[in-house]
Write a protein that binds this ligand. Sequence first.
Ligand code: HEC
Length: 126
Amino acid sequence: MKKHPVIVLPLCISLLTLSGIAGAGDAAAGKAVYDGKGACASCHGATGAGDGAAAAALDPKPANFAAGAFRLDTDGDGKTGTDADIGNVIRNGAAKFGGNVAMPARADFSDDEVASLIAYIHSLKK
Ligand code: HEC
């Protein structure tokens, strides 16, 4: 039987997306890093409200992603919380940009992991 390209192409694309091969910026993959090896939830909280177990002792507090409250402008474009700002803070930590030294640098994360974390952080906004 002859395969119909109009059906086969979208099927391939959705399978790629589901399998994570085209998964840059995938919020579900970001959640896995956030809750897992990133340990982001321990400070930023399970729902991103900045209320993780370690948050009470910290000042400035971990960013509240649920409120979309960002304060670090890492690239001097006059805006906070852009994809570039979030990526810069994840890779370099906050201290480099005048923020809390408690926010750790994760230079070990791949570009995909950083992109997925950015997508997940945006998705946490209520
Ligand atoms: C040990 C606690 C801790 C952990 C773990 C942690 N953070 Fe943070 N994070 C902070 C604190 C504290 C700040 C606030 C820095 C500031 O405003 O000076 C912060 C700030 C940020 C910001 C900047 C927000 C802004 O205001 O512009 C981002 C983005 C961020 N964290 C993402 C993450 C991600 C993603 C992870 C996991 C890979 C993570 N953090 C893990 C404590 C933590």
